[in-house]
Design a protein around this ligand. Structure first.
Ligand code: MRU
Length: 362
């Protein structure tokens, strides 16, 4: 997708063909800076400290992490070590475990001498497949926006989204934002309500992406969504997911559940965009999903740009107060209107997902 008018991906192979470039999301939206990841530890730190984030991109970056590690040590012990280091970075997004499993299944049967080259190819394929999956989600999801446009008449379709499930969170296209990009390409007028998404404000990443593509949008405080829904100013909600159970419960960025409750109360369709790689077929119920508890400083401090234009960090919670920072919540399937996958739109249920993924559901 577009960065300052140039078509880029959120992760790209470096010209040296042995390291990768990622857009440093910790600096966005204030500064555009590409980071080179050349060692396993660089990759692990980039994921852990959220220089890259978003479930599909975490998976794709981890795949390259394995490939980079295989160049340094392609032995069985090297593969085990790289997998363990990367698996420990973030617990909730299932795409991480999926990508590590996919890499292992390709590399483990090979002789160590063949692993480095095979790993680079496999990581590149994971990235290409991710982009294709997201594009397909866009194609299926745009049908919902087309239908809403018919009902909207002359005014734009107003879509509310939470966190960043755009192309920054994937290799390309995004998941929840892909249908919006498709609609924009088709000339369907769309307006996006962008939840700020405290505490890390990933909504600002969504706003930045939408600016790059010229998609009309408005950033709102997280608490504003319910009010806008009550006033009839939201036609549709689309969010991403970090892990969806085989029964259709959607784990996503903290605050998603509250938006789903408000949408349900106001009879507003609430969809999650769910690539197959985000479905955890081993998990049936929400309580089984590990919810990442992140550093309290993410709540205690707010980061941004000072009036001098320089990066600034301001403390907003007095240090006598305790702070909790659960990073994800689970929206129960009963609140989901449907799941937009690369294979079509499914009901949020075991049966619904089973129709689209018969080979994976049991
Ligand atoms: O903590 P983050 O920023 O990695 O969380 C990201 C989200 O919750 C996204 O909505 C989700 O990964 C879907 S990304 C296409």
């Amino acid at each position: 997708m577009k960065v300052e008018g140039r078509w880029r991906r959120a992760i790209e192979l470096h010209d040296d063909r042995v390291s990768v470039l990622v857009l440093d999301q910790a600096r966005l939206p204030y500064e555009i800076k590409w980071m080179r990841l050349a060692e396993l530890e660089h990759v692990a730190r980039a994921i852990r400290d959220m220089h890259i984030r978003g479930a599909p991109l975490i998976g794709a970056t981890a795949a390259y992490g394995i490939a980079i590690a295989m160049r340094a040590d392609p032995s069985d012990a090297g593969l085990d070590h790289a997998e363990a280091v990367l698996a420990a970075t973030r617990p909730t997004a299932i795409n991480l475990r999926w990508a590590l499993g996919a890499m292992r299944s390709i590399l483990a049967p090979l002789a160590p001498s063949a692993r480095s080259e095979a790993a680079m190819k496999a990581a590149a394929k994971i990235c290409d497949d991710d982009a294709a999956q997201c594009e397909a989600i866009g194609r299926h999801g745009v049908e919902l926006i087309r239908a809403a446009a018919k009902r909207a008449g002359d005014r734009p379709v107003r879509v509310l989204t939470h966190c960043n499930a755009g192309w920054l969170a994937t290799v390309d296209w995004g998941t929840a934002i892909a249908p919006i990009y498709k609609a924009h390409e088709e000339g369907i007028p769309v307006h996006v309500w962008v939840d700020e998404t405290r505490p890390r404000n990933q909504g600002l990443l969504t706003a930045w992406e939408l600016v790059q593509h010229g998609v009309p949008h408005t950033v709102i405080a997280d608490n504003a969504g319910g009010h806008l829904m009550q006033r009839g100013e939201v036609d549709l909600c689309i969010v991403g997911t970090d892990r969806t159970t085989r029964n259709g419960d959607v784990c996503n960025k903290i605050g998603t559940y509250l938006k789903a409750l408000a949408a349900h109360d106001n009879r507003i369709p609430f969809y999650a965009a769910v690539p197959g790689t985000s479905i955890d077929w081993t998990v049936g119920e929400p309580e089984e999903i590990p919810i990442e508890e992140r550093n309290a400083d993410e709540v205690r401090f707010v980061s941004g740009r000072g009036s001098d234009g320089m990066p600034a960090r301001v403390e907003i919670v007095g240090n006598a107060s305790a702070v909790a920072n659960p990073a994800f919540d689970v929206t129960p399937r009963r609140l989901m209107t449907g799941l937009i996958t690369e294979r079509g739109i499914a009901r949020a249920s075991r049966e619904g997902l089973g129709i689209l993924y018969p080979e994976l559901s049991t």
